[in-house]
Design a binder for this molecule. Sequence first.
Ligand code: FES
Length: 103
Amino acid sequence: ANNWTDVSALDDVPDEDVMGVQTAGKDLALYSVDGQVYVTDNLCTHGNARLCDGFLDGFEIECPLHQGKFDIRNGHPMCEPVTEAVRTYPVKIEDGRVFVDLG
Ligand code: FES
């Protein structure tokens, strides 16, 4: 079942950058690349670090703790030491708001 949840104003998501949002018991990372919004879990799958504190380069987010990288489009681990994908979420934009399907 879908569980579309309003998590942010679209304007609040920084272009070509990442921000963290805590909502509905979730810690999420929101990204905007080329005008498209992507959402992943904020916690790195390798350790206790938040991806919103990392560095976004194109579609890759670099974890601030050990510099592991994930593709924000599908969560795939891109370089060591991360080996486990980070969860991604479906996103839709309506009336200037970002909705995430928390599932
Ligand atoms: Fe993210 Fe280690 S905690 S790479």
